[in-house]
Unconditional design. Structure first.
Length: 359
């Protein structure tokens, strides 16, 4: 490096030292502006942080119902439910927009959340409120292969300016969906019970009608055979053994081949009297006990789901008094830093303008 280059470097360093000195000198001269703008920025940040309304996030946690609840719902209803199936139906109903709309309209929640809302904005308010309600699966977590696993634990969260109102909304909505689902299970089950009961009763009537026809046909044959037996003087089936030798079917073979009158008038009259004196034809229908048992089972389905639930409540939504938004400390910190840099820039600008005027 030659002598000329060294002089140039020294001169450049001197310029930098002078510039740095002048920088601090300018800031010192404009310290009132520097401090004033910074203080104003800090105060504005504090004001903004205080003016932004607080936003609270309340959360309730629900989980798969107990095995006992699933059994009670199954026993009291029509369809068999596992814990997982019951919870899945509950979550499905929970996410139906119309259910949410019905709940909001039933208790007029819009007027509570938007007391100063203008008329005609109900649809916008409803959509906004629905978007603020977050249903998030906590467990099981999504696997690396993104497998869709049945939800077991779910968080239900709502953001709002009125923490107490948000808590009330979340807890009541959870219970509303539960009650609505159980009512749906009850209605559907009762409809299925009525349909199956009617089907069974029609089948029973058909079986009774068939057995009556069979009995009527049997009585007609017995009556004809009785007349023939009385005319021929056959009172007892004394010749049964002779005719039974004609085949290997015994008595049934005899009566089928040789005529029913050979049974004798005494037997024929006795069977006629027995058929006529039957107190219930159901005893002679082999399918009837099973059908009556099924009707009894259907009649025991009470559809009384009081005290049971399609979910387990791990945690109710509750007030803690801690606002989720705004982060006031962060707002003030950012505002203060920005105000300081604005103050430095303003001070340097005013110092430069002053020196130029003096020059």
């Amino acid at each position: 490096m030659n002598h000329k280059q060294l002089e140039t470097l020294e001169y450049s360093n001197q310029d930098e030292e002078i510039d740095l000195f002048e920088l601090f000198a300018t800031l010192r001269e404009q310290r009132k502006w520097l401090v004033g703008i910074t203080v104003i920025g800090v105060l504005l940040s504090v004001a903004v942080a205080l003016l932004i309304p607080k936003k609270y996030v309340v959360t309730a946690q629900i989980a798969v119902p107990s095995s006992l609840d699933a059994i009670l719902i199954t026993n009291g209803g029509y369809i068999s439910y596992s814990r997982e199936k019951l919870f899945k139906e509950y979550l499905t109903a929970f996410k139906v927009p119309q259910k949410f709309n019905d709940f909001v309209e039933r208790d007029d929640w819009l007027s509570k959340f938007y007391p100063d809302g203008a008329k005609g904005e109900e649809a916008r308010q409803l959509n906004e409120l629905r978007e603020l309600l977050i249903v998030e699966t906590v467990a099981p977590k999504t696997t690396k292969r993104s497998e869709v696993l049945p939800a077991e634990i779910v968080d239900v969260s709502l953001e709002g300016e009125d923490e107490a109102l948000a808590v009330e909304f979340v807890n009541k909505f959870i219970e509303y969906i539960s009650s609505d689902l159980l009512n749906k299970i009850s209605r559907n089950g009762q409809g299925l019970v009525r349909a199956e009961s009617q089907k069974i009763k029609k089948k029973m009537e058909l079986l009774r009608s068939n057995i009556k026809e069979v009995s009527a046909a049997r009585l007609a044959k017995l009556a004809e055979a009785l007349v023939l037996a009385e005319n021929l003087g056959v009172k007892k089936p004394d010749s049964v053994r002779l005719y039974a030798q004609e085949g290997d079917q015994g008595l049934s073979g005899l009566t089928a081949k040789s005529g029913l009158f050979l049974m004798g008038s005494g037997y024929l009259q006795g069977e006629i009297d027995a058929i006529k004196s039957r107190s219930s034809i159901d005893l002679f229908i082999s399918e009837m006990p099973g059908l009556k048992n099924r009707l009894e089972q259907l009649s025991l389905m009470s559809f009384d789901f009081s005290g049971v639930s399609p979910f387990m409540l791990n945690q109710r939504a509750a007030m803690d008094g801690e606002a989720e938004k705004p982060k006031r400390v962060i707002i003030v910190a950012i505002g203060s830093v920005v105000a300081f840099f604005v103050a430095v820039f303003s001070a340097l600008t005013m110092g430069a303008v002053k020196r130029r005027k003096e020059a």
